[in-house]
Design a protein around this ligand. Sequence first.
Ligand SMILES: [Fe+2]
Ligand SMILES: [Fe+2]
Length: 260
Amino acid sequence: MALESYKIAHLSDIHCGDPRFSDELFANAVHEINAEEPHVTVICGDLTVAGYEDQFAQAKEYIDMIECPIKIVVPGNHDSRNLGYLYFESIFGSRYRMLDLQFGMQSKENFEERIKFVAVDSTKPDLNDGEVGREHYDWLKEEFTEPHTFKVFVLHHHLVSVPGTGRERNIVLDAGDVLALLRGSGVNLVLCGHKHVPYVWMLSNTLIINSGTVSTLRTRGYTPPSYNFINIMPEEVVVLTKTPGENFIEEFFFPRYPVY
Ligand SMILES: [Fe+2]
Ligand SMILES: [Fe+2]
């Protein structure tokens, strides 16, 4: 039977070990995510505050509380501090992931769609700046060639500036080239985190969704902690931004462009 909606839980910037980490925020988010039963959970990095082993172990314990059959996790700049990416690899596996799944949705043209996730490490050890890196471009193009596929790209840093985050120093160094590659490859969705401010851009038919920080009070101004649910439906994509444990929800609707 064809699916009516495909649900992704999208969270970021857990920051275990940070004095502003909140156990209560994370527990509320887990409770809400488990109740929604997403098909996939994507965690866009900054699991820790400084990349230490005990902080990764704590992050793993928290992430294990999320009951979801598929979890995609990438490192953030904080995770790559102090050689933390070594712990990331031993606890969460490769920093580069590719996942090709049966989507369960029937297109208007009557083919069975697939959904493909490609997740990359955009960090550089001990730097806050990020880069996808041209050495990965051929691989990305190859991974995004399959037809009839809803394509999702996952990274920690931003590809496009996010309002309310101060002076721009957060987009990946090669953002222009990466955006062109994603457009050329027909990528439908980009998921990222990093600046603790949620925002959504629609750019050249690619929906770019930033998650806020799910479990810290490392927030900016009046923007509360948050995470997202993304519901992909045959005709549209609905993005829900939610503060853990609060009723406040922001909802955005975007047309769903056909997959090729
Ligand atoms: Fe962060
Ligand atoms: Fe970050």
